[in-house]
Every structure is written in C-alpha cells, then in structure tokens.
Design a protein around this ligand. Structure first.
Ligand code: AMP
Length: 287
C-alpha cells in the first residue's frame, strides 16, 4: 500500500487506475473511503465494502480543521498514523491519501468553501455551526481529486450522508455515495474514534444512546409510528441516566432532515448526547 501526500499524486493514481494512461477505459472502478483516522472496525467495514465493489481502493486520512468549531477537539483528536496504515493495508486499500492541511487548503483562511444550505443547519449542523460546511468542502475536494466511481460513508453519521448526497446531486458530481451500516461493540455502543475519550464510568453511561435506539426500534416493530410517543419514549430512557445530557433526539426525513409526525420508510431516528465532555451520536433508519 502506497502512501500519497499530494492531490496531484492522488489524481495521477486515480487516472492511471481508471485506464486513462493506457488500459481499457470502463473496466475499472475506483472507490474512495474518506476518514479522519484513528481507524476502528467501523472504518474497516467501509474499506471492506469498497474492496468488494471496486478494482481500486483509496482511503483518505485527514483530520479536517474546518469541520471543527473553535472550542471543539481538533487539537486533541486521536491520531494514530502507523496503526491506521496497518489497518488500511490489511483491509486491502491500494493507497492511503494523507495530505497536510496546507495541501488541502492552499489559500488558508481565504479558502473556497462549499455550502449546502438548509440541510447544514439541521441536527448536528444546528449544534455545531459551520460543521457541515467544513465536511462538504473537504469531501468535495477529495471527490474532485480522486474522481472515484463510489465513495463509502457510514450511516453512523446519517446527517452527514444527507448533506453529502445533496452536495453530489447539486454539483452533478460523477460519484455515487454508498452508505454502510453502523458497526457496534458487542454491548451496542456505536464505534467512534471519540469513544477513546470516555472513562470507564462514561463508557457505561454512553450505552444510553444505543439503549434508546433499540427501545424506539422495538416500539416501531410493535406498530407505533407516531413521532410524539416515540420521542417521549426515548426521552424516558435518558431520564434514567441523568449524567448524560441530550443534545437532540429527532425523528426526521432522511433526505430533508426535517421533522416528521409519523415514521415512514427512510425515517431517521437520531440522537446526539454529551457523556461528560464527549459528544456522541447514534441513529437508526426506521424501515
Ligand atoms: P470519521 O473518521 O469519524 O470521520 O469517519 C469516517 C467514516 O467512517 C464516516 O463515513 C463515518 O460515518 C464512518 N464510521 C464511523 N464510525 C462508524 C461505525 N461505527 N460504523 C460504520 N461506519 C462508521
């Protein structure tokens, strides 16, 4: 597995892989898995899915400063380059793209940004102003550089998926967004690089999120579709664990991120909550 540091190298790799440099055009499929590193089994599942669907797989590793707010954890975000290389390689990545901040933001604070209005102010965007502007911008840069046929994202960040699907549609990009299921620990906690911040006590409190998700899923299975009782039931689960502070609990249409009165196919039930100083998210798509 080769480590690439510049956009030019990534583009050259992608174009060579596609066949523009002499192979049969159309035979190859390029997959991209964007990550911020500190890779875990959730990331591995995306790389695995890319490996199964594509002839050539790039994993990007970039802690994107523009998606962090001024008081967020950019500086202390976990970084583990050597272990990340080993995991990406063992899952079958062909290249790892690990640029510097200057490489992706050559104009510094005067950079060009990509805005996805409306959606970017919902859910995590409401709690983290500017977050989705940063996400849309960096993913646009990666898609323009790597020109992948498929780009793989986790349902774990469901609002991010909605924002990126809209961006790809609006910019008429040639990449298809593939969404992979949430990978969880055996006790239900959704894997996240930020789980590393949790103390043992907080790790136990963090199970409140997946407990509420499962409770709402079971109510839907029993036939409840109305938003009000479903949200109330989730709030009750959190009431039993007062150490965990709710940021939002929402039942929304997955493509518009707007609240719905009744659950229907593709309704997103999503939670964000603070466990100590760590903000965690979890969700389920109610089918
Ligand atoms: P991150 O490195 O946190 O920016 O995540 C990179 C990609 O991995 C995103 O598309 C995430 O949605 C995805 N991801 C993170 N955690 C999980 C998980 N537990 N299961 C599946 N995908 C995940």
């Amino acid at each position: 597995m080769e480590v690439l540091r510049t956009v030019t190298e990534l583009r050259r790799w992608s174009r060579a892989a596609r066949g523009a440099l002499g192979n049969t055009i159309g035979a190859n499929r390029i997959g991209l898995v964007p990550t911020m590193g500190a890779l875990h089994a959730g990331h591995a599942s995306l790389i695995h899915a890319a490996r199964a669907a594509c002839t050539h797989v790039a994993v990007s590793l970039f802690v994107n400063p523009t998606q962090f707010g001024p008081n967020e954890d950019y500086a202390r975000y976990p970084r583990s380059f050597e272990a990340d290389c080993a995991l990406a390689k063992s899952e079958g990545a062909d290249v790892l793209f690990a640029p510097t901040v200057e490489e992706l933001y050559p104009s510094g604070s005067d950079s060009t940004f990509v805005e996805v209005p409306g959606l970017s102010n919902c859910l995590d965007g409401a709690s983290r102003p500017g977050h989705f502007r940063g996400v849309a911008t960096v993913v646009a840069k990666l898609l323009i550089a790597a020109e992948p046929d498929l780009a793989f994202f986790g349902q774990k960040d469901a609002a991010q998926v909605a924002v990126l699907r809209r961006m790809v549609a609006d910019l008429r990009l040639a990449t298809e967004i593939v969404v992979c299921p949430i990978v969880r620990d055996s006790d239900g906690l959704a894997l996240s690089s930020r789980n590393a911040y949790l103390t043992p006590a907080e790790r136990t409190q963090a199970l409140t999120l997946s407990r509420a998700i499962r409770h709402v899923e079971s109510l839907v299975t029993q036939g409840e579709r109305r938003s009000e009782p479903l949200l109330a039931a989730a709030h009750e689960v959190f009431a039993a664990e007062p150490a965990v502070r709710i940021d939002y609990i929402a039942l929304v249409d997955w493509s518009t991120l707007l609240p719905v009165a009744t659950a229907a196919p593709d309704t997103l039930f999503a939670i964000a909550a603070w466990v100590g100083a760590t903000r965690l998210i979890d969700n389920t798509i109610l089918r």
